[in-house]
Design a protein around this ligand. Sequence first.
Ligand code: APR
Length: 254
Amino acid sequence: MAVDFTTDELDEVASLIARSSCNVALTGAGVSTASGIPDFRGPQGVWRRVDPEKFEISYFYNNPDEVWDLFVKYLLPAFNVKPNPAHYALAEMERLGKLCAVITQNVDRLHQAAGSKNVVELHGALEYAVCTNCGSKYALAEALKWRKSGAPRCPKCGGVIKPDVVFFGEPLPQDALREAFMLAEMAEVFMAIGTSLAVYPANQLPLVAKKRGAKLVIINADETYYDFFADYIIRGKAEEVLPKLLDRLRGMLF
Ligand code: APR
């Protein structure tokens, strides 16, 4: 894919970031495709192979065995993978004092693995599993050992265990949501990176930021639902664009 933005645009974005004290990134599956995890709505996306309705929470409660098998086949590849240059560039921006936080829709924990400290996870993480009956929480790796196929059962009460990530139709973790909207309101530069901005409420964050006066920068391989709202659109791969942006930023800071 050709990188489709000008050097001037990247310089302008770097300069905005250099001059602002509160810059915030919202990330989606596109920052992790270079780590080998497919996205959801891109050309090779998971939702092109699996009906997303199967990840509605009501469908899970009625068909936990089927959904666990789908989860293991399609979503578990995001477990135990390594960060890529996009994650490292964002972690370095934070270390340089030029990124207040990463708000992520991803459940892969790769921002933390790359060294980002202030990460707000909107959709949970592939780290825990929870019993839908008694609420006991387990390490996902442990719960996986309790199944051959279908849904693992709680060793305490026999209830169905659910991966502790947000399914469609489930509320988002309230603390994370509150923090994310607060960050969007504070942001001077708000970057939406590797996300189609298809999913509510995460897709409201760029709008809130922009209405509060932030410059909105969209960095994505394909069009997003809110391109019309952006001040800058950098059409390219996050793992290529972000290291370039970081280089320019460094040049402006030192
Ligand atoms: N660099 C930049 N953008 C990329 C790259 C890349 N290397 N690879 C893919 N993309 C783009 C795709 O073109 C797509 O527009 O990233 C975007 C990813 O969008 P989605 O697949 O919709 O993922 P996301 O926005 O994170 O989805 C939000 O939807 O299904 C749910 O819970 C799931 O958290 C997810 C939410």
